[in-house]
Design a protein around this ligand. Sequence first.
Ligand SMILES: [Zn+2]
Length: 333
Amino acid sequence: MVNYKDLGLVNTREMFAKAVAGGYAIPAFNFNNMEQLQAIIQASAETKSPVILQVSKGARNYANQTLLRYMAEGAVEYAKELGWEHPQIVLHLDHGDSFELCKSCVDMGFSSVMIDASSLPYEENIALTKKVVEYAHKYDVTVEAELGVLAGVEDEVSAEESHYTRPEEVIDFATRSGCDSLAISIGTSHGAYKFKPEQCKRDPKTGRLVPPPLAFDVLHEIEKKLPGFPIVLHGSSSVPQEYVDIINAHGGKLPDAVGIPEEQLREASKSAVCKINIDSDSRLAMTAAIRKVFDEKPGEFDPRKYLGPARDEMKKLYMHKIINVLGSNGKAE
Ligand SMILES: [Zn+2]
């Protein structure tokens, strides 16, 4: 049993309360490897932004849960070395799908876990979430739950059919489950293909897809039912078209990849939305930088020569999100 407090990590409770009151959102970035983690910590330290490091099921399978935990522990020390005196770093389990998995993360030093039982019937979702909450709270670990179903594919989390969160259920759900934050479905979606072309309009000038707007009416209704309660948005990459263009110009093939416009995420950040999950955008930044090196310097074979530029590009992206989209810069001085 390792407690996250001994690793220098924090849970989300105070962070979220401040974010809701302050009208900004905390970035939740997924990580799978060292370069990604370095980029996240460098960007957070430089902007003094609280940050949530997320570990998905895919990441655990790829990089190993134990190794990721030690990396997060190292990240706290690395942040201090970079001059961030009081780093506020959360280590969060993304899309936990069972009590056993959530328990194992609590036991090994995660400071926050998500139990995603949103695919289960309503009462079963409450029961499983409550079970996780009861265990996690014993160790002061915070719990994110999900109500409503998001479309798209993200590391083995996939759903064919999405439906919006029903505002009439949120009070009952939050009260009975005891969760600390709630992921809702208002039209965001996992992955780099968030919308089918038939759901979008096409800009006649650029030929690019214009996605349908998020359901802000549903979000505002939920906020009214649960004033001040921390709301989470998954699947909130914006799929920057400059990365898609670089990838496609250097031998890639990502036709019609489209995400959530950043203006809408900025608007959501000002509401009760206090955690915004971004994964695909950093994958795109990394892929764009690597493809460019491979295309322009075919003789290059030192991984540092293409992972280095990938890291720089991801850091740029993270800083942009923190400063221009979520507004969390300077909130963890
Ligand atoms: Zn998600």
